[in-house]
Design a protein around this ligand. Sequence first.
Ligand code: ZN
Length: 250
Amino acid sequence: MRALILSDIHANLEALEAVLAAAPAHDVVWNLGDVVGYGANPNEVIEESRRLGSVFVRGNHDRACCGLGGVEEFNPVAQRAARWTECVLTEEHREWLRQLAAGPIMPDGPQVSCVHGSPIDEDEYIVTVRDAWPSLIETGRRLTFFGHTHVQGGFATNGDEWFRLTPHYSTRNEQEEFELPLRDGARYLLNPGSVGQPRDGDWRAAFAIYDDAQMLLTWYRVPYDLREAQERILQAGLPDRLAARLRDGR
Ligand code: ZN
């Protein structure tokens, strides 16, 4: 079984299309949330995401953009984007967002879980090894896929030692991949990166493929039509900052 793992698409249709064009053959799609918020095409991205599969964890922006709360904790730019998104969403898409499940969800047996922030708190950011530690210890899952930080990579432990996992690439403008063999006896927290608003200094859209027969995770980066995505943000009247940050991957 091969799973295409997507997170933090953030209504960026150009990035999602580039990811789907680049993604190798897969059996299922696991979506770790923040389908909407920030970008200019929330309805189109929801439609495409639903067409791809049925495994979704809700993100904090999904919650805020359909009136389920949390918008008051956002910074002013994110608040404006959430209010704009809520206004342009169709009634059907707003309802669909409202019924999304909070993580963790287990799409493939008891050893694999999907969350937005962390297994302990859907809104928690796992940034450091220290952040990762309680999740890796307490949940007991072999593999946890998470998003929310918009940083591709992850954390692992074999019980004695703790590791930070970072994919390495050689360019900033071509399609590339980085393979991580998953070892027996180790536990992993794995972030596919953000499709639509990367914040790890690399502007390219991010995703991952998990292959359970080979026990292999492959991270990918793909260029997309950045100018078009930026233009749509500006035309929609969303804050300029949301267009500018896409170029910087910040
Ligand atoms: Zn996000």
